[in-house]
Design a protein around this ligand. Structure first.
Ligand SMILES: [Mg+2]
Length: 222
């Protein structure tokens, strides 16, 4: 059976240049009716969009209803897409080459992200990476990253099995382990290689700039 590999987006494939933080503030005002006082203090590292907006609502003493969340996610995705049209994401070194080679080697690539579905595909499209990914699970499907990974595993294309998950935080490592997957961590995001190793990753890489070496290491885990 062919292997499928799950990739996290932010900190792993690309950096969206902070457009999400601004969009979270604007979408919160639109959907919850009051400004969020500390947008600069929001933590997105390893977080899911569902969790972040519920934390924002709780901090403001507002109930986070499904209707408000839906409104928030739609506005968020719209604003992020508009911002990324003007300011393309930063793609980490070696990512287009690595992704291309994995596809050439007939591995199926999927997305596991805390981003809501529309935002995830917007970031991938603006980064020119959307063509490589054929399935995924997203931050509007569950607030917990391990549960999102579980959903992604069930969506692997017929004839493939997910064996590996690649992310940039200890929460990605935890989500991989919770689903019986090998965990690869890359230190291009906001967490050091030492912390990622301590979290129990099977492989920690500084980045994916050496395509041949990274490809061989990843395939040795499949
Ligand atoms: Mg990440």
């Amino acid at each position: 059976m062919r292997s499928a590999i799950l990739f996290d987006i932010d900190g792993t494939l690309l950096y969206a240049r902070g457009v999400g933080r601004v969009a979270f503030g604007d979408a919160f005002l639109a959907a919850y009716g009051q400004p969020y006082p500390d947008v600069a203090g929001l933590c997105f590292v390893g977080a899911t969009d569902s969790n972040v907006v519920r934390t924002m609502a709780a901090a403001c003493g507002i109930a986070s209803t499904p209707a408000r969340e839906e409104h928030f996610f739609l506005r968020l995705a719209h604003d992020i897409d508009a911002a990324l049209s003007l300011n393309k994401p930063h793609i980490y070194p070696g990512i287009p080459e690595l992704v291309g080679r994995l596809v050439e080697h007939s591995h199926a690539l999927g997305i596991i992200t805390g981003n809501v579905r529309a935002t995830a595909w917007s970031k991938l499209r603006h980064a020119g990476l959307d063509h490589a990914f054929t399935f995924g699970a997203y931050g509007d499907e569950h607030h917990d990253r391990s549960a999102i990974a579980r959903i992604a595993v069930t969506r692997a294309p017929a004839g493939t099995a997910v064996r590996l998950m690649i992310g940039d935080t200890p929460l990605d490592v935890q989500a991989a382990k919770a689903n019986g997957l090998k965990a690869v961590a890359v230190a291009t995001g906001w967490v050091s290689a030492e912390e990622l190793a301590a979290a129990g990753a099977d492989l920690v890489l500084p980045d994916f700039s050496n395509t041949d070496a990274c490809l061989a290491l990843l395939e040795s885990l499949l």
